[in-house]
Design a protein around this ligand. Structure first.
Ligand code: FES
Length: 234
């Protein structure tokens, strides 16, 4: 990757290496063996389960720069790989190029064609990603917390927090209070002016709280999802 992209990767989680919510894990499993494309801080990622673990690979094939999310899971030389749909270059969970069909089996020059990855973890049914320190703790998620389907909004993170009257309580988790009561959500910056918001409700009061969230989000500007990241300057 070029320096601007590397710097942006390191800025995932607002420079602190914190964890950000990417997608519901169930979506990754529903889409299998095709990856789920996710944009975080202007960069595209392909999320896919390889050998039982969800991996987040930078969604640009180093060969001809097509999205890896257009590829699929395939058996590799030593475990499952994400195979590019164009010429079959294949990548393992760590982003290392494991196969280049034109070179034959086991003939990938060391370090050739590797892609960046995010560390991933699943908590509360969400896949979380981080680019920072191994020791960064995941946000605290209660046993009774349920993350609703996410919504893509045409608002930056700060504008969203201002609009909902919420503030940071734990990494990507926000909390606030409005005339419907207490509210909490997890948020990811998609680009400078768009966010993915994951409303949090309590299992025992899910229906009522989901109704409150629908009313809160209805007046906000919905963003049409785009495959093209605004901040990818590579
Ligand atoms: S573009 Fe991915 S293998 Fe050629």
């Amino acid at each position: 990757m070029s320096f601007p992209v590397q710097a942006a990767v390191e800025g995932i989680g607002h420079g602190g290496g914190g964890w950000i919510p990417l997608v519901h894990a169930a979506e990754v499993d529903r889409a299998a063996p095709i990856p789920v494309p996710v944009t975080a801080a202007g960069l595209p990622w392909a999320l896919v389960r390889l050998d039982g673990e969800i991996a987040a690979l930078y969604d640009v094939c180093p060969h001809r720069r097509v999205p890896l999310s257009a590829g699929k899971v395939a058996p590799g030389p030593s475990g499952e790989v994400l195979e590019c749909g164009y010429h079959g270059w294949s990548y393992d969970r760590a982003g290392a190029c494991a196969r280049i069909p034109a070179l034959g089996e086991n003939l990938v020059p060391r370090g050739m064609g590797s892609v960046a990855v995010l560390r991933t973890s699943v908590a509360g049914g969400l896949v979380w990603g981080a680019a920072g320190d191994e020791s960064d703790p995941l946000p605290t998620i209660g046993a009774d917390d349920v993350f609703l389907h996410s919504e893509r909004l045409a608002l930056g993170v700060a504008a969203l927090d201002d609009t909902l009257g919420a503030s940071v309580v734990d990494g990507a988790i926000r909390a606030g209070h409005d005339d419907r009561g207490a509210l909490r959500y997890a948020v990811r910056a998609v680009g400078d002016h768009s966010t993915e918001v994951f409303p949090i409700v309590t299992a025992a009061r899910r229906t009522g709280e989901a109704h409150d969230w629908a009313a809160r989000l209805a007046p906000l500007p919905i963003h049409e999802p785009s495959r093209l990241p605004s901040g990818d300057t590579e």
